[in-house]
Design a protein around this ligand. Structure first.
Ligand SMILES: Nc1ncnc2c1ncn2[C@@H]1O[C@H](COP(=O)(O)OP(=O)(O)O)[C@@H](O)[C@H]1O
Ligand SMILES: [Mg+2]
Length: 267
């Protein structure tokens, strides 16, 4: 049985996120021109494409950080309610948006940690202030998640005292501490030096192996190929090609994808 508010009653084959024919413009600039994609439960979906193709916009729309003008977004089968049309379309129910957004956690390229808070405080912040969870219980969980990403010894350190790779792992622990139904990553390794990139990729791989639902925007074709169940190639606001990584990377069909891969995949 499917109900709106109960996680336990949602069936395993119900996608966490489903986007249907989404259109999004910034003023006159049409960025998404009718995109449909799903984040199936327990699966990793990667989004690839050139800079400016609309990947971040799509992820931000999925997370309800951006409005869109046409198309549907469903969370566990529950459609987002809209009021108004086209450029005037807005979510009709703020409570619905908040409830859904707290079930999705985003990890950004630039970590976005609070500089004035220790790592432990950073990880505890949203569960305590946004979800109203008990401080002590959250602290226990925060320490577990920091251990999990390999920086359990950094609880009392400030972000500026850590490497980029450690900061990004703290940001992942922070996302996990919300215990979301899906994790959304926007180029999580792009700001990192190659050797620090690997420590973050290792954490993301481990999360994939645990069967977490994830959408990952990445320029790292090796990671996308290794961990994805499904890869979507976005080109100028439309899905040009999508499929299993072995097909998409092994036997790309479209000329644009072939070109993109030859420019991005190291020989
Ligand atoms: N807030 C914004 N206002 C206006 N244009 C934007 C905004 N965000 C993104 N864009 C434009 O939308 C297009 C897609 O951007 P984006 O989704 O960031 O692409 P990607 O993540 O694939 O590089 C680009 O042309 C970009 O300049
Ligand atoms: Mg982007």
């Amino acid at each position: 049985m499917l109900t709106k508010d109960s996680k336990s009653e949602i069936s395993a084959d119900q996608p966490v996120i489903e986007i249907r024919d989404l259109h999004k413009s910034y003023g006159d600039l049409e960025v998404l021109k009718g995109v449909s994609m799903t984040a199936p439960r327990g699966h990793v979906t990667s989004l690839i494409g050139s800079s400016g193709s609309g990947k971040s916009t799509l992820l931000r729309c999925a997370n309800l950080l951006e409005d869109s003008q046409r198309g549907e977004i469903l969370f566990n089968g529950e459609p987002i309610l809209w009021k108004g049309d086209g450029p005037h379309r807005r979510p009709a129910d703020r409570k619905q948006v908040t409830r859904i957004r707290t079930n999705l956690s985003m990890v950004f390229q630039q970590f976005n940690l609070w500089a004035h808070m220790t790592i432990l405080e950073n990880v505890m912040e949203a569960p305590v202030t946004v979800l109203g969870r008990d401080r002590k219980e959250v602290e226990e969980k925060a320490r577990i998640y920091l251990d999990k990403v390999g920086i359990g010894d950094k609880c009392d350190v400030y972000p500026a005292q850590m490497s980029g790779g450690q900061q990004q792992r703290a940001a992942i622990a922070r996302a996990l501490c919300m215990e979301p139904q899906a994790l959304l990553f926007d180029e999580p390794t792009s700001a990192l030096d190659p050797e620090l990139e690997q420590e973050v990729i290792k954490v993301i791989k481990a999360l994939a192996e645990e069967g977490r639902t994830m959408i990952i925007v990445t320029h790292d074709m090796r990671m996308a190929s290794d961990i994805s169940d499904h890869v979507v190639f976005l080109h100028k606001g439309l899905i040009e090609e999508e499929g299993h990584p072995s097909e998409l990377f092994g036997k790309p069909k479209s000329e644009r994808l072939k070109q993109f891969l030859s420019a991005t995949v190291p020989a």
